[in-house]
Design a protein. Structure first.
Length: 359
């Protein structure tokens, strides 16, 4: 889940996943209901019989469901996806129809905080404002902040302007943009012969900017094929990786019990499954047949980064008061006729009384 300030490119991340994943379905929080995500029972107009229609999560079996504006969904619709995210299936018992549909899909959601913008002086759980039963089903939750940095803002402005100026080779004025390029074309003409797939994208100064380093960008076709091959791997968990995951899970639970850190997600037994899934995914990305200790360490590092978000403390006013007090103390030390509060509270001695009588 991505949660953070507006205009931080959360929707663009979802759109890139839609174009790169082999199977992905996009929905929005406003235009989605719990029935639309799982399954619905409708009536056939001709025969009048009841029929079952699959929802977005069932259609995205073995794929990804991208839900934008997740915070705009009602609580009743959110509870409909609890079973899907936990069991990977949809159970229907309505209108005399009893069925179990596979919905083994990943969920990528984007949402805004409760107050519109993320308040760094409040706990992450107060900013998110969702039930723990739903948040615990997400493996990772990333907080995206709109940090005001002149250099970063200049790079963003330069990139957006380049995208407005760029045009694909051969593109004509007024031509519609194709969002899903791999959709089958139902036409009478024959497609041209497929060209050889390029691993890296050719550098374009107008699209990618000035080339500052030797890093290369992978093409979208190669990335899609790489994901397809990596998902077919089935690595086995080794003993060292299992011990590392077990120890780190115990540390996470201990940290949650002490309550010294603010967390973005509740640490439950599902966190153990999260560590296993992330370790396996890291091993698949390496095209490895075994899940090694370094895969478990990478998963632990990712979980620690996503689970714990530091909360800023309101110390500005206190610092200003302390600085003002220090300035006043320095001025008083320079003043020879300074009256000290300690002299008022300290009792006068006999010698001091005698001196005052003499004067």
């Amino acid at each position: 889940m991505l949660i953070g300030d507006p205009s931080t490119a959360k929707s663009q991340v979802l759109r890139y996943v839609l174009n790169s994943a082999p199977r992905a379905i996009a929905t929005t929080g406003r235009g989605t209901s719990g029935v639309g995500l799982t399954a619905a029972i409708t009536t056939d107009k001709d025969s009048g019989e009841r029929r079952l229609e699959a929802g977005a999560m069932v259609l995205a079996d073995r794929g990804i469901v991208c839900i934008d504006e997740f915070d705009k969904m009602s609580d009743i619709d959110r509870t409909a996806i609890h079973e899907v995210m936990e069991q990977g299936r949809v159970t229907i018992s309505k209108a005399g129809i009893h069925a179990k549909l596979n919905a083994r899909c990943s969920v990528l959601a984007a949402a805004n905080p409760v107050y519109g913008r993320y308040d760094e002086y409040k706990n992450p759980m107060d900013n998110i404002g969702m039930q723990d039963s739903l948040l615990s089903r997400f493996d990772l939750l990333f907080v995206v902040l709109d940090v005001m940095d002149p250099e970063h803002d200049a790079r963003i402005a330069e990139f957006v302007l380049r995208m407005h100026r760029y045009r694909n080779p051969g593109e004509q004025d007024g031509e519609p943009i194709r969002i899903d390029g791999d959709v089958d074309n139902l036409a009478t003409y024959e497609d041209k012969e497929e060209e050889e797939m390029e691993v890296y994208v050719k550098h374009d100064n107008l699209l990618h900017g000035q080339k500052k380093n030797t890093q290369k960008l992978c093409s979208l076709q190669f990335l899609r094929k790489y994901i397809h091959v990596a998902k077919s791997m089935s690595p086995v968990l080794t003993r060292e990786a299992a011990e590392c995951i077990s120890n780190e899970y115990a540390k996470l639970r201990t940290t949650d019990n002490l309550g010294n850190k603010s967390k973005t997600l509740p640490i439950t037994a599902r966190a153990l499954e999260t560590l296993i899934r992330l370790s396996t995914a890291h091993a698949k990305a390496r095209m490895s047949k075994t899940v090694e200790k370094r895969d478990a360490e990478a998963a632990v590092e990712l979980v620690n980064f996503a689970y714990f978000k530091e909360t800023l403390k309101k110390t500005k006013r206190r610092k200003e008061r302390d600085e003002d007090d220090e300035d006043m103390d320095e001025e008083d030390e320079d003043d020879p006729f300074r009256f000290d509060e300690k002299d008022r509270k300290r009792p006068r001695t006999e010698t001091e009384d005698q001196e005052t009588m003499d004067t």
